[in-house]
Design a protein around this ligand. Sequence first.
Ligand SMILES: *Cc1c(COP(=O)(O)O)cnc(C)c1O
Length: 433
Amino acid sequence: MRFYSTNSPLSFTSLADAIMKSLPEDNGLFMPETIPALSPEFFENIERSSFSEIAFEVAKQYLSPDLSLKEIREITDDAINFPVPLVELEKGTFMLELFHGPTLAFKDVGARFMSRTMALLNKNQSKKLTILVATSGDTGSAVANGFYKVEGIEVIILYPSGKVSPLQEKQLTTLGGNITALEIKGTFDDCQRMVKLAFLDTSLREKYRLSSANSINIARLIPQSFYYFDAFRQLKDKSAPVYFSVPSGNFGNLTAGLLAKRMGLPIAAFIASTNENNSVPRYLNSGEYEPTHTIATISNAMDVGAPSNFARMNHLYHESVDEMRSDITGYYFSDTDTRSEMINTYSRYRYMLDPHAAVGLLGWKEFKKSAPDHAQGIVLETAHPTKFIDVVKETLNIEPEIPKALADLITLEKKSVLMGPEYEGLKSFLMSR
Ligand SMILES: *Cc1c(COP(=O)(O)O)cnc(C)c1O
């Protein structure tokens, strides 16, 4: 399939280009030429399919014929190797647990799919592909893990020294192999600036084939639609209307849901649930889009003042707020609301929520007040509660059990290269390898 930029809908680029470039030159975002509808047979057979078979059926609509069906099957079988259980909290309220992957967050799905797709698209190139990425924590750990041991690709991650959580730092620095962690004595913005300069440096680009792995890459968006279908597969009642509440920051997850709906998945509507970084809910209320500075909250993976996928959403609704409102309702919540919901859910159901999922559940509860009685709400649970263990501990006053994968990580030795926040240092490191 071909792809175009939201800023130039009449000029097309190949799948490989859209993925390797990540961002079009005109500052838009890549979109698929068409959003293919899945066949009625697909939906009739969905209960008999596995998650990875569903992933294959969806993925092939976008990746074929650029990749062969055999290659696409390889990608989805290998990338989608953990379940996304749908858990019913009470009648009509479900949590979709997206945190059973290696770094315990939904970003594993996108990162694992992108890495394997890039490796196959790159396999006839003589030069190795180098992924250069700046991270403030979560994205970097999913990317590091997703690309670990993927052939023909190496990853260089820049992270701000002392500014990621101890657990995140271990996730970035203990893999080794094709993953190199550079610990920058500066801020996340310094890391990002250094990466940007590297992409503009022609002498560096003679030596390296560079690509990025940021969250707006179309190869991360496509796989995020898989689990909307898998949630529907798991629903017992497929006739009552289904609503998805999506705890959102950059709105990649929600935009992937919009693709799923347009591919034919019967989703009644979406709930955009945010923390105080509420540019999209405010837009849906007022009709004015006014992105702002970022506010720090306890659901910090959603601390985004100017969501990068807003351009895609706006494009899908022809820049019309009324059209968007017919599919999406927005709500935002304070940290106090979020903590109360974590406490409430734990005391009612003995179910532990991380702060992001709590925001999602609040959104569904708010929406439900005016929804039909038989409406079913599915909340995307974007992270395992122990990923945000400090917030969970101080809010619930309990000591959550750490999953073994994380507990083992703490004992591993950190391996990073410490350097200053100047581009010259990064360049000489890269040129001398
Ligand atoms: C990244 C992230 C989000 C936000 O997802 P977007 O696709 O950026 O809206 C929500 N929760 C967690 C735990 C995340 O890591």
